[in-house]
Write a protein that binds this ligand. Structure first.
Ligand SMILES: [Zn+2]
Length: 322
């Protein structure tokens, strides 16, 4: 009798232990599953505001006839633009947000209006303009991959359109998880800013045209609302109209607060690039570094590892602008 009670007791204890084990295991499983899930959800689709571009505005044939730089072929005429891209009722494509990205709107506010971002985080934004090029972009991508760092590439539409190799590189940039920004189609100052004044229609036409070119490569779901003015926004007069149009259509423009001097004229050596970086990076908590990955900018690629190591050593994390 005693023995039976004892064995019953043992059985119920075993059952209890088994039950506790099951509970612990299921809790553990749920926890691990959630962790994995949150790591996997690097890419979350969010819908964006609808585009309010006034289709009529593109009817004003501004800019094209006034171009006096003969080497620039005007390919941005309104009839080249797909109707869907300027249809105000068209559902906007979705943009992708990932764990490496930072709110481009906040950076625009910080750089252009000095609106502070009080998160106490040291963040570096490596930005590469005027590409892709088949000579420098692959080197930049290789270094970024090796360091597991994501950057932002401001693409010139013409560069992509004119070279099949550049198309593949744009796709590689995108697939590697970097941010893709819009840097107009022609990058031609006299066309975008005749007499130093922003030609809003010409500018917007080029932004749309470049978006279409990028979509043809990256898929119709692709969209970017992050742009950079060739030459930088502060360099140009008469920005009120374009500013309000960009704001109404949800575009964010990004300037910079550090640079490497690779567009300041002449060929620079790796050391000159590093020195210019050291002159302009003075510990900004949020630093947006202007660099170029277009043809001839090999020294920038050569200096990149130094710049990454320097920023890492100073406790910076790297984010993209989306
Ligand atoms: Zn540029």
């Amino acid at each position: 009798m005693k023995k039976k009670r004892k064995s019953n007791k043992r059985k119920s204890r075993t059952r209890q232990i088994t039950l506790i084990c099951i509970v612990i295991l299921s809790l553990l499983y749920t926890f691990i599953y959630k962790q994995n899930n949150s790591q996997n959800v690097e890419i979350v689709k969010v819908s964006t505001v609808s585009q309010h571009l006034d289709a009529n505005k593109t009817d004003n044939n501004v800019g094209g006839n006034e171009v006096n730089e003969s080497q620039e072929i005007d390919k941005s005429k309104p009839d080249n633009i797909d109707d869907e891209s300027i249809n105000p009722r068209a559902n906007r494509k979705q943009i992708e947000v990932d764990k490496n990205s930072f709110d481009a709107g906040k950076i625009q506010g910080f750089l252009s209006k000095n609106i502070k971002i009080n998160d106490g985080k040291k963040i570096a934004f490596l930005t590469f303009d005027d590409g892709p090029s088949t000579t420098v972009t692959p080197k930049v991508l290789e270094i970024l991959k090796r360091n597991d760092i994501k950057a932002t590439f401001f693409i010139v539409g013409k560069q992509v359109e004119e070279n099949p190799g550049a198309k593949n590189l744009l796709l590689e940039i995108y697939k590697d998880g970097h941010a893709v920004g819009n840097h107009t189609y022609s990058h031609n100052y006299s066309k975008l800013y005749p007499a130093g004044k922003v030609d809003t229609n010409a500018f917007m036409e080029e932004i749309i045209k470049t978006s279409e070119i990028m979509r043809a490569v990256l898929g119709q779901d692709f969209d970017t609302k992050v742009i950079r003015f060739p030459g930088g926004h502060p360099s140009w007069k008469g920005t009120e109209q374009i500013d309000s149009q960009l704001e109404a259509t949800g575009y964010k423009y990004i300037d910079w607060n550090a640079l490497v001097g690779d567009s300041e004229g002449g060929t620079r050596t790796k050391n000159q690039i590093i020195n210019r970086y050291k002159q302009t990076f003075v510990g900004q908590e949020k630093v947006v570094i202007l660099m170029h990955d277009t043809y001839g900018k090999n020294s920038t690629a050569e200096a990149l590892q130094y710049i990454i190591d320097d920023l890492k050593g100073k406790g910076y994390e790297f984010k993209t602008l989306k």
